[in-house]
Design a protein around this ligand. Structure first.
Ligand SMILES: [Zn+2]
Length: 226
C-alpha cells in the first residue's frame, strides 16, 4: 500500500488508483473523489505499542502478527450468533461459510457460571493479570514458550486498550483498578447509599428495588472531596 488518496488520505495499492499519479483516488473504495468527505471521520492514529507490534521485526511482534486473529478473538466482548447454511452451493461443493437470516452479537451473562471458564465479556470482570491468564489458557497447546508470549501479549494489549481510553474497556475497570488510575488513596474513599433520596427529574421506575441478584455501583469520574 503505497499511494494516498488526494481527497481523504486513504492508503491504497497503486493498482487500485483510478486517478493519476498526481491526483490519486480509489473511487467508491474510499471517498468517491471527495464526495463523502467529512461524513466519515478519520481513524485516530493507532497507539504506539500496537504500532510497534504491527511493524517491529522482534520475535514477539512477529509472533503477534502470525497469530493476530487469535489475539483479536481473545479480546472480543461478544460472540457472533448466526444460523449457518450447510447445503452445498448450486455448482457443487460445500460453501465455505454461508449464513441465513440475521447476524446477532451474543453477550450472555456477564458472570461465568460456577465451574465454567469465563469467556468474552465475562473475562473483563477479572483483574488485568488474571484476564491474561484466562485468555492465554484458550491458546494453550502445550508449548511453554508460546504460553509466555501469549500471556505477555494479552497483558500488553489490554494495557493498550486501557491507555487509549477505549470507552468499552474502561467502563469495565474494577473499583481496585479505578482508584489506582485516579491515584486516590483507598482510605479516602467512602461509598454512601441514600436509599430514600429520589430525584424528581428522573423516571420514577429508575428507583425501583432491584429484582436481580447482582448489584452494580457506578462511580463518577470526579471524586467528591468529602
Ligand atoms: Zn478518498
Amino acid at each position: 500500500m503505497d499511494l494516498v488518496c488526494s481527497y481523504c488520505n486513504t492508503i491504497g495499492f497503486s493498482a487500485e488508483n483510478l486517478g493519476t499519479q498526481r491526483n490519486v483516488h480509489f473511487g467508491v473504495k474510499c471517498c468517491n473523489k471527495g464526495k463523502v468527505h467529512g461524513s466519515i471521520p478519520l481513524l485516530p492514529n493507532i497507539p504506539a505499542s500496537l504500532h510497534h507490534l504491527y511493524t517491529s521485526p522482534d520475535s514477539l511482534s512477529e509472533y503477534f502478527r502470525k497469530n493476530i486473529r487469535k489475539f483479536n478473538s481473545g479480546l472480543c466482548m461478544a460472540s457472533m450468533v448466526v444460523k449457518e447454511e450447510t447445503r452445498s452451493t448450486r455448482h457443487g461443493g460445500i460453501a465455505s461459510f454461508t449464513i441465513k437470516g440475521q447476524i446477532f452479537c451474543g453477550i450472555g451473562s456477564i458472570q461465568n457460571a460456577a465451574g465454567c471458564t469465563p469467556k468474552f465479556i465475562q473475562t473483563y470482570f477479572f483483574d488485568t493479570d488474571e484476564q491474561a491468564i484466562i485468555r492465554s489458557a484458550f491458546l494453550d497447546i502445550g508449548n511453554p514458550e508460546d504460553n509466555i508470549r501469549n500471556h505477555t501479549l494479552f497483558q500488553r494489549l489490554h494495557e493498550m486498550l486501557l491507555n487509549c481510553q477505549n470507552t468499552y474497556i474502561t467502563s469495565f475497570l474494577s473499583i481496585h483498578e479505578y482508584i489506582q488510575r485516579i491515584e486516590v488513596p483507598p482510605d479516602n474513599l467512602r461509598i454512601s447509599i441514600h436509599a430514600d433520596i429520589r430525584s424528581s427529574a428522573e423516571h420514577s421506575g429508575r428507583y425501583n428495588l432491584p429484582q436481580g441478584s447482582e448489584v452494580a455501583i457506578l462511580m463518577p469520574n470526579v471524586v467528591a472531596s468529602s
